[in-house]
Design a protein around this ligand. Structure first.
Ligand SMILES: [Zn+2]
Length: 414
């Protein structure tokens, strides 16, 4: 019976749906800009809802703006099996990051319906709110709220660069999708499986179609604020200056030196650098920069992160510096039973699989605290992601969906 499900996965349909969703927020360079709770994300949700409704799935949303499509099982009172990912993107994102998990979930359910298999447990496809964390910081907000890892009130008050709050974004989403009923936040979940492109080069390089994700690399984020003093670029003496930009660049150089490891395992990124007043003839008075630090070993991650304030302070010169810890997510390991299940499903489908650590964060991180969780990776071209050139093959996407469909069916049986 199970093989019948995998054989119902329609490679062409799955591919066409990716191309169709990519129209919402399409960029000239072939990528997407579909940030959290934007009109583009709303129209993408409406399109997915259209496909799901035709299959008899019921849409709903919760107070954190997570979006669900439910296939009712034969035992509606049993805790559902969840699958999905996200529909939001980075400002210069690609067609597959996040979208794949949602569409592979939908394709899995469509395959079950086509095979006339009704699972005992309901299956819910979910698009989590603001996974990317580019419009609203931090990312993975919706899944964090669902898991109770972050208070809803705190999330609702967070504002984007234009001053729009998450609460206002949610209201706009509600207005754009008025027919979607609201459900309670959180609730029991039997299991969660997330399909995603790898966003790295390993599967392609090693020649495997399926990555059985062993866990997620830990990550700490920081915000460093350097405060100096504005001065005239022509008249102020060097010795009197409190140049915040100069101090900040020295901090970044000192941090890079400390974070440098011969094995190239530490991931250290300063992705945002904001200079005030940002005028060519004014000595900068303030710089705020971000730090994203990752390492698979939680102890190393902890100790490297703990050194950031002292390293910055040592480079401050005449300026003042404040280092704030924003988020800490230690490395995690998915349960062996979920990994074995995904491996067995890959074998049944007849595709090569290997174990792989996720170097990127995913909503599965928070679901891991709620229920047995696993992830399925498929290759992406040259490991390129968070980039408009992001690409994957229709055949790999379909194989991933086949493995997902088998896993979902198995989980929804007991
Ligand atoms: Zn993603």
């Amino acid at each position: 019976m199970s093989a019948a499900i995998a054989s119902r996965i329609d490679e062409a349909r799955l591919w066409e749906r990716h191309m169709s969703i990519a129209r919402h927020g399409a960029t000239a360079a072939g990528g997407v800009n579909r940030q959290a709770l934007s009109p583009e994300e709303a129209s993408a949700r409406r399109e997915v809802t259209g496909w799901a409704s035709a299959l008899g799935l019921k849409a709903s949303t919760d107070a954190a703006g997570n979006f669900f499509l439910r296939l009712e099982g034969t035992d509606p009172s049993a805790a559902p099996v969840l699958t999905g990912s996200h529909l939001d993107s980075q400002p210069t994102g690609g067609k597959f990051d996040g979208v794949y998990g949602v569409l592979a979930g939908l394709e899995s359910v469509e395959a079950m319906i086509a095979a006339k298999v009704r699972p005992r447990r309901s299956i819910e496809i979910v698009a989590w709110m603001n996974e990317e964390g580019s419009r609203f910081v931090p990312g993975m907000m919706g899944s964090a709220a669902f898991a109770g890892a972050m208070p809803l009130e705190e999330i609702l008050g967070i504002r984007d660069a234009a001053g729009v709050s998450v609460a206002e974004g949610l209201a706009a989403m509600k207005q754009a999708c008025p027919e979607v009923p609201e459900r309670a936040l959180g609730g029991p979940v039997k299991a969660y499986v997330e399909a995603h492109i790898e966003q790295g080069p390993i599967l392609e390089r090693e020649g495997f179609t399926i990555g059985i994700v062993t866990g997620i690399q830990g990550k700490r984020t920081f915000r460093v604020t350097v405060t100096g003093e504005e001065a005239h670029a022509g008249t102020s003496l060097r010795r009197d200056r409190k140049d915040a930009l100069l101090a900040a660049t020295q901090m970044v150089q000192a941090l890079v030196a400390v974070m440098h490891d011969a094995e190239d395992v530490v991931k250290f990124t300063v992705g945002r650098f904001t200079v005030q007043p940002n005028a060519p003839s004014v000595v900068p008075s303030s710089v705020v920069f971000s730090i994203d630090l990752r390492h698979p070993d939680s102890a190393v991650l902890q100790s490297l992160g703990d050194r950031i304030p002292e390293i910055c302070a040592a480079q401050a010169g005449p300026c003042e510096v404040k280092s704030e810890k924003l988020t800490t997510s230690m490395s995690l390991e998915f349960p062996p039973a979920m990994r074995q299940l995904i491996g067995a499903c890959a074998e049944r489908v007849g595709v090569r699989s290997m174990e792989i650590l996720s170097a990127a964060g995913h909503d599965a991180r928070y679901l891991h605290t709620v229920c047995p969780t696993g992830m399925i990776f498929v290759p992406c071209k040259d490991g390129i992601s968070h980039n408009e050139a992001e690409s994957a093959t229709a055949s790999d996407l379909a194989d991933g969906a086949r493995v997902l469909a088998e896993a979902l069916l198995e989980l929804s049986r007991d």
